[in-house]
Design a protein around this ligand. Sequence first.
Ligand code: SF4
Length: 142
Amino acid sequence: MTAVLLTLRRRDDPEPPDWRDAALCAQRDPDLWFPPEHSRAARAKAVCRACPARPSCLLYAFEHPSENGVWGGFSERARLHAGRKWRAGVSVEAIIAADNARFRARTERDRVKSRERKARAKKARARSAARAALADEEEVAS
Ligand code: SF4
């Protein structure tokens, strides 16, 4: 009976597309998603952030916590922490939104730090040029 119902269901209502069909990692080097320990796996996570399958992928990883590598933009360690939140009732979408917000904040912080570093280097160059000009003037005067 069950087999007949399953056959009927398949004929009338085809299987919905699997989220793996939209996985961006399927088109890239799989090693990126299984980086060496302590690696930040930044390249894999960047792809995950743009992946349309991210929510389903992360949900799968929460439901299968023994999986290793990067899933849904989260490395194993980060997924452990996020998985606890999910089991406490936080939605996958909210977990992804918080991760995206953290990423944007970190990127902005890095941008500000880089601007400050460049400004300090420019000031140091200007000071050094001023000192050199002063030394030249003193040499001419003596
Ligand atoms: S979220 Fe990342 S790991 Fe998951 S399917 Fe997309 S690219 Fe692959």
